[in-house]
Design a protein around this ligand. Structure first.
Ligand SMILES: Nc1ncnc2c1ncn2[C@@H]1O[C@H](COP(=O)(O)OP(=O)(O)OP(=O)(O)O)[C@@H](O)[C@H]1O
Ligand SMILES: [Mg+2]
Length: 806
């Protein structure tokens, strides 16, 4: 859509210099001409205008006019091109989860140069913000990011989830009329963002495998969209056309959203993000003579540790002194807690009791209702399946896969690879608010005991199968729950999104696929049911709670008696090492008992925690456990470990940490924690029945103090092969009289409360011969074991056995 100059001139002649009147005049003139049957370039625009009036969406029409006026105001002149428009924006308003589309809402106007933005850019930006988005003013960090862009500087924006990072790169498109190219990792996210922008009257499109309209790419390269969302793979293919676009319409900015994907040290490394250094090479003033300055790069994320930040700046070849806009990661309205749970189906009843009560308190669920809920959530075909069920109210039969229709059983869902395969099962989102908030915002004492409002809940689980079983369980209990993972049919996912936003679905049980682009204000609970893979991922996901600033719960249910393990993924050796490191940090966050959880999280991202504590998390509320003097235990453990290594050299004080590494050759020379604990049990009667879990905790404490270190070359979640450090040996020598007070960690406390099973006794080598163990084994239920035969193809015997068994 667009206006011809002759129309604009005619309008000004008719109604005078008032811009509003001129726009109204043009729109009305186009409308009447079209009704007369005259076809002109404005026909589509008029159609849209009629659509609004028919559907009563006047506000969208109004927004469109505003966007046109913004362009007129900023550009000062009208382009001759009369661009094609579509009604996607109005459709978007009605159907927010529409098929991917290219959205043109602005008009193809010529643009002003950056230098035209002028010193009053802030006033202009606030005016545009008010007009398009209805916000009074830019946040401080948004201003800082924009100021860097105005000064042609590269900029790294680190701001929490939901703080408004998107506006930092959307405003430049409105201010200049030039194109902003946004690199984003996920098609569903780009899609959502385009729809949101359409609702605000901003022209945007996205390119990539999810774009079904193939003309969008060509149109975007002709400058028909103000904001182009693109995935890294696609932008690398489009370097040449983008250079032409930079010359014709102009590119105001390259924005790299979720930029932590650049870094191998981040939690969502994507190799294609690393290749984005091509932007600096190909869009610099050196390379393109028509450019006065390098096109600035703005990189944005909500979760980046100091190391990740450095890596981003280096990998993207950002300018030598990029502006770093940093806001606080602290979210004072989030109440963090960690609960021990095996996270098996047998734990659901206990773990979800409170959640179920929250949602069913005022509900009277008949069994039939429950059945219908299940059908809605699981079968995706309400009436048909409902009618296929028996009328017997007493019999709650969960859907089975024996039905002729293709029911949404676990197996079906897992096998159903539909269009959504294009979208990575990949999650990036971040946690933040712009740092202006403080604990004063909430009545801290009241909040610590207060129940959060009902609102919505997201339960994050590690596997796709878990999404189904938990959603099924909650539905059976009367909660309106739905499963969400990337392999579910696209229509189902859209439906879940929609119903979640409309509050028809109360709880979404999801994998990390339900992540980016979830901008719902009243998410009151984020529950992680199982170990997250990193604190970055955890904080990103938790950051989706409480975006309205009200109290929200972030609960992690994890088996604290078991070390978390890495989810299968393709990783290089280096990446595996890093992944273990991140998992280890996550594990430590959960088992710590003496530090405020918000403080741990915020400091993890390299921020100084300026508050004493958050006053909300489980540790702040319960307080740390009583300190214990573990001098004897530490002495025994350290003594055994040290004795195993070169005793003489450490007694002489000539112990060399590196020397051990070179000398060690066999596993006998590198005993693991378990072996040391077995020795302790054998040699010290008073510790005969202590749990391995407890000693592992002590090893961790000694490691934190720098007395022990990992002797293995690999990274583990916690020390596997302990080796003394020089500091540790000094500590051992000097501790004969001293006390050694420490806070026991969660797994240590847990081991003291858990009943001992025979298996833990058998570890110290007495096994069947020990009367107590024998008794326990005899009393224990016989385990049903599958008879499995493994033939080792590496051995002659194995190969022979395999042959014979055929
Ligand atoms: N200046 C502002 N004043 C008020 N609200 C704002 C402002 N800027 C942005 N917002 C609102 O903040 C919310 C979050 O915005 P946005 O999606 O850009 O966050 P984000 O930082 O990109 O989050 P995420 O890390 O999840 O991607 C939106 O609802 C947006 O409208
Ligand atoms: Mg964002």
């Amino acid at each position: 859509m667009g206006f011809q100059i002759s129309e604009a001139t005619e309008a000004i002649k008719e109604v005078g210099p008032s811009l509003n009147n001129a726009i109204d005049f043009i729109l009305n003139a186009c409308s009447s001409r079209n009704e007369d049957g005259t076809s002109n370039g404005c026909s589509k625009k008029v159609t849209r205008k009629r659509d609004f009036s028919v559907t009563g969406k006047k506000s969208v029409g109004r927004m469109r006019q505003l966007s046109i006026m913004d362009h007129l105001q900023s550009a000062g002149k009208v382009n001759k091109t009369c661009h094609e428009s579509d009604t996607s924006a109005s459709r978007a308003k009605e159907l927010p989860f529409q098929e991917p589309i290219g959205i043109v809402t602005g008009i193809g106007l010529s643009y002003s140069k950056e230098e035209d933005v002028g010193p009053d850019w802030e006033v202009k930006a606030n005016a545009l913000l008010q007009k398009h988005f209805g916000f009074a003013s830019l946040k401080r960090f948004q201003k800082e990011a924009l100021a860097a862009w105005i000064a042609h500087k590269d900029c790294l924006v680190l701001a929490a989830t939901g703080s408004g990072k998107s506006l930092c790169f959307q405003i430049p498109a409105l201010l200049t009329g030039k194109v902003v190219v946004v690199i984003s990792p996920l098609i569903s996210l780009m899609h959502d963002q385009c729809l949101k922008l359409a609702r605000h009257g901003v022209s945007a499109c996205f390119l990539g495998s999810g774009q079904i309209d193939h003309s969008v790419e060509e149109k975007s390269m002709r400058g028909m969209y103000g904001i182009i969302y693109v995935c890294p793979e696609t932008i690398l293919r489009l370097i040449k056309p983008l250079q032409s676009l930079a010359e014709s319409r102009g590119i105001a900015l390259f924005a790299i959203d979720e930029v932590h994907c650049v870094s191998k040290w981040g939690h969502d490394f994507r190799p294609d993000y690393r290749r984005l250094s091509a932007l600096r090479d190909n869009f610099s003033a050196k390379k393109l003579s028509f450019l006065k300055f390098d096109i600035p790069i703005m990189a944005l994320t909500a979760t980046a540790t100091t190391r990740v930040r450095e890596d981003i700046i280096k990998s993207l070849q950002m300018s030598e002194d990029p502006k770093i806009v940093l806001t606080s990661f602290f979210r004072p309205n989030l109440r963090f807690s960690v609960k021990h749970s095996k996270t098996y189906s047998s734990s659901y009843e206990r773990d979800f009791r409170e959640l179920i009560e929250t949602y069913t308190r005022n509900q009277k669920y008949s069994k039939k209702n429950i059945l219908n809920e299940i059908n809605n959530n699981w079968l995706g075909c309400t009436e048909e399946t409902a009618s296929s069920e028996s009328d017997d109210d007493d019999a709650i039969t969960l859907p089975t896969k024996t039905s002729k229709r293709k029911q949404l059983s676990v197996e079906y869902l897992e096998d159903d690879s539909d269009l959504f395969l294009d979208v990575d099962d990949f999650d990036v989102t971040c946690g933040e608010f712009d740092g202006s908030s403080s604990t004063k915002d909430l009545d801290v004492c009241a909040s610590s005991i207060q129940q959060v409002e009902q609102g919505s809940t997201i339960i994050y689980v590690p596997t796709r199968k878990d999404t189904l079983t938990i959603a099924k369980y909650l539905s059976t209990c009367g909660v309106k729950a739905a499963a969400y993972h990337a392999k579910l049919p696209k229509s189902h996912l859209r439906q879940v999104h929609k119903e979640f936003h409309e509050n028809t679905v109360q709880v979404v049980v999801a994998t990390i696929a339900f992540g980016m682009g979830i901008d719902k204000l009243d998410v009151r609970r984020i529950i992680h049911y199982g170990w997250p893979q990193s604190l970055e991922a955890y904080y990103q996901e938790a950051g989706r709670a409480g975006r309205d600033g009200k109290l929200a719960d972030c609960v992690l249910y994890a088996n604290l008696s078991r070390m978390p393990s890495l989810l299968p993924n393709k990783r290089s050796e280096e990446q595996t090492r890093q992944a273990y490191k991140m998992l280890s940090d996550c594990f430590r966050y959960a088992i710590r008992t003496c530090r405020c959880r918000a403080q741990m999280l915020v400091q993890y991202f390299g921020e100084d925690f300026s508050h004493e504590t958050c006053h909300l998390c489980d540790i702040c509320i319960k307080g740390p456990p009583e300190k214990q003097d573990l001098k004897d235990e530490a002495r025994i453990l350290m003594g055994l470990i040290a004795a195993h290594y070169d005793k003489r050299s450490y007694e002489e004080g000539s112990y060399d940490d590196d020397y051990k590494h070179n000398r060690r050759q066999t596993w006998m020379e590198m005993p693991n924690v378990r072996m040391f604990v077995s020795k302790i049990r054998e040699q010290y009667e008073q510790h005969a029945a202590t749990d391995l879990l407890w000693w592992r905790g002590l090893v961790r404490i000694l490691e934190d103090k720098g007395y022990l270190r990992e002797g293995d070359d690999k990274t583990h979640v916690q020390i596997k092969f302990p080796e003394p450090t020089k500091l540790g040996l000094e500590f051992l020598r000097s501790m004969s009289e001293e006390v050694f007070y420490v806070w026991p960690e969660a797994d240590m406390l847990l081991s003291q409360t858990m009943p001992k099973s025979y298996s833990s006794f058998s570890e110290w080598g007495k096994g069947w011969a020990h009367p107590q163990i024998r008794k326990q084994r005899l009393l224990a239920k016989p385990r049903k074991r599958k008879l499995q035969r493994h033939f080792h193809s590496a051995t002659v015997r194995g190969r022979l056995a395999a042959k014979l068994s055929k």
